[in-house]
Every structure is written in structure tokens, then in C-alpha cells.
Design a protein around this ligand. Structure first.
Ligand code: ADP
Ligand code: ZN
Length: 723
């Protein structure tokens, strides 16, 4: 059965389950395509948000979405992250005991799951039993992650993926979505053919990763520079890539000697040790991993802040994929590469494969382009985008080239000077004359009458070539018309007049003046609050035995620290806080924020936060069937809060926070859960303290008989009265 979902409805669901306010890239189209029952191929850069493409359809549709994923470590993380959003998911792979696998199978058959992750080797080529199992659990869709693994054209062919062709044969009506971060045209076609997709919709997103800043540095004292970089960013975690196993160990031990919490990782280590290191990194127990390229595919850590290439990569695909492991949470991250031409020479020798001249030629060509990337004069990002077949302007503002030699600035005043000079001199001259006139040239060729104009000589501040450059930009942008007659003359267009009249501003990319002190802009949040939030998150992560970012991403904590939400409603406007996360973790975060706000006399800045698109019409009300809804149902059945807590094996404060959400939504009367006497006492204190967020300062002024939950419920009630 195909149901249609409006964009609003999907946005609302995205918001409810994942706490995001907008779809990224082609997410919306991919989701609509899946829900429409068709096959799809989605190509999205690493960190682009592929998972949501199948996770959202999975929760919206009846049945269980089957996700094929090659990496065991990644599966566990994805499942943890889903559970943290209140979505029932599990995985089946060889890391589990028989009993564990049996339990998952039982849960699946009971319909207790929305997503089931399966390793490709678990799909036997001709096993009736397995397909019968799948049929019983009613698959809503098949998502094939890292789909390029099915193609020998891709860079990571895995033969066990070939078996996946059987899915379409066995389940012709179940939509398949194939997802990958890297697939050129040939690989795309290969994926479609081998999975036997029917007329798939193909979605290709831009490869640009705007939050990653690319830097190439000369390879001199590279390890010393790396140490210095890490010490400047002591809280950040990152990956350092080196070519040989020996050098990963050597670099790691130098980092450790310098007090950095680092470990090496390479294919020469045994599997147990490798997964120990990987897991410790996921959990932030190691800050830095020094690895050969063997490390990373299984890394789904969203807060990797830097990727450093100690040695140049063999090709741009590999380099780009590795740098792409940084900044999946969307926050600014660095990609540093230490370049020496000598490294290229070394790699050239490896690129030659004796018995395969064709392959050697391809490898050498790719290496040459890698070299060109490192040595070229120009924007790094533009080069990368062109490499992947995308148009991109010459200035990105966030690579070493753009930062050191170009800058974008407001050029409105300079443009006005030029335009007014063009007009005042009668629109009869070319660029050279105009610039000389502006700079107050004493030359004979300047008409004496023009020397009397007030615009004469007002442009002494810039050099001639700088002025000429701006004139050129004005011509390119259509602000000035350049006649191609016998004499080149400039005249001001209608667009140009808008600048002259001050109706539009003009920003231009300009060559920077030589001196430049990079002054880091102050973050507009207090780093101490962020630290407190991080340590609370860490506590929660340890208690639940999941990586910290599975609780909430760094970017969400930064938003909390920036906007200081003061209520559950506020918190729902923070990206990454879906309804479930707000109900589960919200209260504890709010306490930290509220306490901080009181201590530092800080005000909430929620006012600046634009309403989330999906929440314009204020839908604080928890969704039917949610954990909150269950609590309310039990209350309506006549149970007390204590009884509900005991019955559900949850803390009383949790139940109270569930009920608080209904009070906030106007669906539950405060008098049903708090006595009038207590309610009035709490409201009195709220009025005195003017504290509308944190419960603690209010509790401190009341006797022990008042619980946090009661205070929170009255807070929500009071805020409703005030609206
Ligand atoms: P991929 O699998 O494409 O590498 P993920 O699915 O792991 O990427 O998503 C990368 C990060 O982006 C995750 O932290 C995810 O929660 C976040 N994310 C995904 N979609 C959105 C969205 N629409 N808005 C905000 N964050 C998102
Ligand atoms: Zn750039």
C-alpha cells in the first residue's frame, strides 16, 4: 500500500524523531521516492545524512526496514543512536552470541523492531529459511549502505555484496534504496545493474563539505607541527593518516610522549586490539588515532574535529574520503595535509604495477592530479569540486589559499566611487582613465575640467591594479557596461545605479593586503557551560554504555550553550533534540543550564533562535503512542505518579517530566497532579525569583516535600498562564 505524505508531515516526523528542523541535501526527495514505493540510488557525501533517508521511512511504514551494512562497528553505533531516539532497532552479525541473535530474531518476528541491520554475509545465497524469516517480518524496504561495495569499479569491492541481487528477485515489490558516498557514473550504473533496481530514481548531492577547512602545509617538522596543532586544540579529537605501519607507531609514540592521548591503528595489529582501539576512540577515551588508511570506514564518529595527512594520499578520491571523516556533525573542522614533492616520488614507485601497465597508468595519472592539487595556486575547494565534476566559484573563504591571499569584503563604497567617477566624466572613458582620475593622477591626459570635480582624487587609498580589478568585477557582475566600440567606454547600468543610490550592497572577493593577523572570532557561547554539558553527557553515555555523541551531538550541545533553552518547549527547538530525547534527557540538561544561568546571571537567547519550520504551529503535544503518552494514559486510568513510576520501572521524576509536557501543551490540568497549596507556594517562588527555567533555584527555597517534578510541572503551567 502506498501512502502519500506531505512535505509538512515529513518535516514534522523528522522533527519528532530526530529533532532536526530541515532536510539536508536530497534527503526529502529520497524519502519521498522510497515512500512512493520506488527503488532509489542516493549519492551523498560522507556526513551528508544518508541514514535519515531510510530511517525515516522505516519508522513511518508498517513492517521492518532491513539495512545491509558491511561494518559491524558501524551497525552497533547506528543502533545505539536509534535507541537513543526511542526508535526500536537491532542488528544481526557475527559479533553476537547465538542467544543474542535468537533474541533479535524473536523481537523481529514479534514486530518489536522498526529497523534491523544485517551484515551482508548473513544473507545466504539460497537459504529458504532465511528468506522465509524475512517474509515473516514484513520488510518495508531494503537499504543497502556503502552500495559501491557491490561494484568492482568502486574502490572497495566486497564479493559478498554480489549476493544482494537476490533481494529484488525474492521481494520484487519491496523498495530498495542503495546509498553511497562515492560513485562515479560507471559505478552508479554498476550498482543499479547488480542490485537489479527497477527504474531507480538517482539522487546525487553536492560533494562540497562547507564546514571542512582545507589546508596544505609544507612538510617540515610535520610531527612537531602536529603536536603544536593538537595542543592548541586540546579538547578536539581527530585522525592522523600516515602511509606506513611503522610511521603510525612512531608518530603515536611521539604524541604520547608529549602528553597527548593517542594510539596507533593499522592492519598489522590483531583484530581484537584493532577493535579495542576503535571503540576507545568512539568513546573519546583516545583523542587521537594515528592510522593507516585501514582505519576509518567503520568510523561513524560525528565529532572528529580534524583529519591530518602526515603523508600525501595516492589519489584525490582517497584523500577526500578520509578528510570527509571530519565534521560529520556540521561543525567547523580542519583537514591538514603535509606536502612534500619527495612523497610523490615515493608513491610513484608504488603506483607502478609490473604486470598491469593499464592499471599503472591510471594510478600514475591520479597521483599526478593529487600533486597538482597540492601545488596549484588557487582555491583548494574549487579544485576538489571540479575534480568531482561540480561547478564551484574561485573563492571558498575556508581553505589555506583563500584565507591567506583572498578575502571577501564589502566593496560598496569603492564601487560607488568608481560608478560616480564614470557618471561624472560623462560615461565616455575606459577603465584606465577612470582609475587615474580616481587616484588624482596629475597626468596631462586628465581633462582639466575633470580635475575640478569632487570625485577627482578620492581613490588614493588603493593601488591602480586594485582599482582595475574592482572595475573588472563590476563589469563581470553587470554593474558597468563596457562598450566594445572603437574606443572602449564604461557606462553605468540600471543594476549599477542601485549601488550608487545605496539600494544594494556589493560584496567582492579581493586580494588581501599583505599583513593579516588571523583573529579568531569569539564563540558566542560560554565555554564553561559547554564543558558542563559535555560532562553531563559523558555521565549519561557511561551510564548507558553508548558513545557520547549517541546521546546528542556536539553541535546540539553548542546550541544549548548558545541559546540557553529554559523549558522543554525551548529545547525542542534545538537541533538534534527530538521529542524522545527531550523527554529522556531534557530535564537534566535544563538543570545544568538553569543553574549556570542563575550563577552567571545569563539570559536565555532563545529569542534569536528561529522557530523550527515544522513547529510553526506549536505542536508541543507528545505524539500518541509515545512514552509520554503512555504515562498520561496510566494517569487517566486512575494511577498515581508513584504507581505509574513503579509500574513502568521509571523514576518518578521521569513520569513527572512526561506529564509536564502535557501540561505545557494544555492537555493536562495542573490541579490533577499537584495540590492547590503546593501549586500556589511554587508560583509564589517563581514570581519572586523570576526563574522560569531551572527547577533548582526554586527548590532551594522550598522545603523537601516539594519534588523537582512538581516544580517543573508548575513551571510549565505558569508559563502557559503567561503566554
Ligand atoms: P552519512 O551516513 O551520510 O555519512 P549520517 O547519516 O551519519 O551521514 O549523518 C551525519 C550527521 O548528520 C549525523 O550526526 C546526523 O545525525 C546528522 N544529520 C542527518 N540529517 C540531518 C538533518 N536533516 N539535519 C541536521 N542534522 C542531520
Ligand atoms: Zn578556497
Amino acid at each position: 500500500m502506498v501512502r502519500t505524505y506531505s512535505t509538512e508531515r515529513l518535516l514534522q516526523a523528522l522533527n519528532h524523531f530526530f529533532g532536526y528542523s530541515a532536510f539536508r541535501h536530497t534527503q526529502l526527495s529520497v524519502i519521498q521516492s522510497i515512500l512512493g514505493g520506488g527503488d532509489a540510488l542516493a549519492i551523498m557525501p560522507t556526513g551528508g545524512g544518508k541514514s535519515v533517508c531510510y530511517q525515516l521511512p522505516a519508522v513511518l511504514q508498517p513492517g521492518i526496514a532491513i539495512v545491509i551494512s558491511p561494518l559491524i562497528a558501524l551497525m552497533k553505533d547506528q543502533v545505539d543512536a536509534l535507541l537513543a531516539n526511542g526508535i526500536r532497532a537491532a542488528y544481526l552479525n557475527s559479533s553476537q552470541s547465538n542467544e543474542e541473535q535468537q533474541q533479535v530474531i524473536i523481537d523481529a518476528q514479534n514486530g518489536d523492531l522498526k529497523l534491523l541491520y544485517i551484515a551482508p554475509e548473513r544473507i545466504p545465497a539460497g537459504s529458504r529459511q532465511f528468506f522465509d524469516f524475512l517474509r515473516r517480518i514484513n520488510p518495508s524496504l531494503f537499504a543497502i549502505d556503502e552500495a559501491h561495495c557491490i561494484s568492482s569499479w568502486g574502490h572497495d569491492f566486497r564479493p559478498e555484496y554480489l549476493k544482494l541481487a537476490v533481494l529484488k528477485k525474492e521481494f520484487p515489490t519491496v523498495p530498495i534504496v542503495a546509498l553511497t558516498a562515492s560513485a562515479d557514473k560507471v559505478t552508479q550504473k554498476d550498482i543499479v545493474d547488480r542490485l537489479e533496481l527497477h527504474n531507480p530514481n538517482i539522487f546525487v548531492s553536492s560533494f562540497n563539505r562547507p564546514n571542512i577547512h582545507y589546508h596544505i602545509l609544507p612538510k617540515k617538522n610535520a610531527v612537531g607541527n602536529i603536536i603544536e596543532y593538537i595542543k592548541r586544540n586540546p579538547d578536539d579529537c581527530g585522525i592522523i593518516y600516515a602511509l606506513s605501519r611503522a610511521s603510525t607507531e612512531e608518530i603515536a609514540s611521539r604524541l604520547v610522549d608529549n602528553g597527548i592521548n593517542a594510539a596507533a591503528y593499522h592492519a598489522g595489529m590483531d583484530a581484537v586490539e584493532r577493535s579495542r582501539v576503535q571503540e576507545a576512540f568512539q568513546k573519546d577515551e583516545y583523542k587521537v588515532i594515528v592510522a593507516t588508511i585501514a582505519f576509518g570506514m567503520g568510523i561513524d564518529k560525528s565529532n572528529v574535529r580534524f583529519v591530518i595527512h602526515h603523508d600525501v594520499s595516492k589519489n584525490i578520491e582517497g584523500y577526500y574520503q578520509e578528510t570527509g571523516r571530519a565534521g560529520r556533525d556540521g561543525l567547523k573542522s580542519d583537514a591538514l595535509l603535509f606536502y612534500s614533492p619527495g612523497d610523490i616520488m615515493k608513491l610513484r614507485r608504488f603506483a607502478q604495477i609490473d604486470d598491469n601497465p593499464q592499471q599503472s597508468a591510471i594510478s600514475l595519472r591520479k597521483l599526478k592530479l593529487m600533486q597538482e592539487y597540492c601545488e596549484q595556486e588557487g582555491c583548494r575547494r574549487q579544485y576538489l569540486m571540479h575534480y568531482f565534476g561540480e561547478q564551484f566559484p574561485a573563492y571558498c573563504g575556508s581553505c589555506d589559499y583563500c584565507l591567506s591571499s583572498l578575502e571577501e569584503k564589502d566593496a560598496t563604497i569603492d564601487a560607488q566611487k568608481i560608478l560616480s567617477a564614470v557618471v561624472r566624466t560623462g560615461e565616455r572613458y575606459g577603465a584606465n582613465y577612470i582609475v587615474d582620475f580616481l587616484r588624482g593622477s596629475a597626468a596631462e591626459k586628465i581633462n582639466p575640467a575633470h580635475k575640478e570635480l569632487t570625485t577627482y582624487g578620492i581613490g588614493k587609498g588603493l593601488k591602480k591594479d586594485q582599482w582595475l580589478w574592482i572595475v573588472q568585477q563590476l563589469v563581470n557582475g553587470g554593474y558597468v557596461y563596457k562598450s566594445e566600440d572603437q574606443y572602449v567606454t564604461l557606462s553605468v547600468t540600471e543594476k549599477g545605479w542601485k549601488i550608487l543610490r545605496g539600494e544594494t550592497q556589493l560584496r567582492l572577493v579581493m586580494k588581501k593586503a599583505v599583513k593579516e593577523n588571523q583573529v579568531a572570532t569569539e564563540p558566542d557561547y560560554d565555554i564553561r557551560l559547554l564543558e558542563q554539558l559535555k560532562s553531563l553527557r559523558k555521565e549519561m553515555a557511561i551510564a548507558e554504555n553508548v558513545p557520547a555523541y549517541a546521546i546528542v551531538a556536539d553541535s546540539s550541545l553548542v546550541e544549548l550553550a548558545t541559546y540557553l533553552p529554559m523549558s522543554f518547549d525551548d529545547m525542542k527547538l534545538i537541533s538534534g533534540f527530538g521529542d524522545y530525547k527531550v523527554s529522556r534527557y531534557g530535564a537534566r540538561f535544563l538543570d545544568v543550564i538553569g543553574k549556570y544561568a542563575t550563577e552567571h546571571n545569563a539570559q536565555s537567547k532563545m529569542y534569536f533562535k528561529k522557530p523550527k519550520a515544522a513547529r510553526k504551529e506549536k505542536s508541543a503535544k507528545p505524539v500518541v503512542g509515545s512514552t509520554m503518552d503512555v504515562s498520561l494514559g496510566m494517569l487517566n486510568d486512575g494511577l498515581t505518579i508513584q504507581q505509574i513510576a513503579a509500574e513502568r520501572n521509571l523514576a518518578e521524576s521521569t513520569i513527572e517530566s512526561h506529564l509536564a509536557a502535557f501540561i505545557a501543551a494544555g492537555e493536562l490540568d495542573i490541579d490533577r497532579v499537584v495540590t492547590t497549596e503546593k501549586k500556589n507556594a511554587i508560583i509564589d517562588i517563581i514570581k519572586v525569583t523570576k526563574q522560569y527555567v531551572a527547577a533548582k533555584p526554586i527548590k532551594d527555597l522550598l522545603s523537601d516535600e516539594y519534588t523537582y517534578g512538581e516544580i517543573r510541572m508548575v513551571l510549565e503551567h505558569y508559563k502557559r498562564l503567561m503566554r
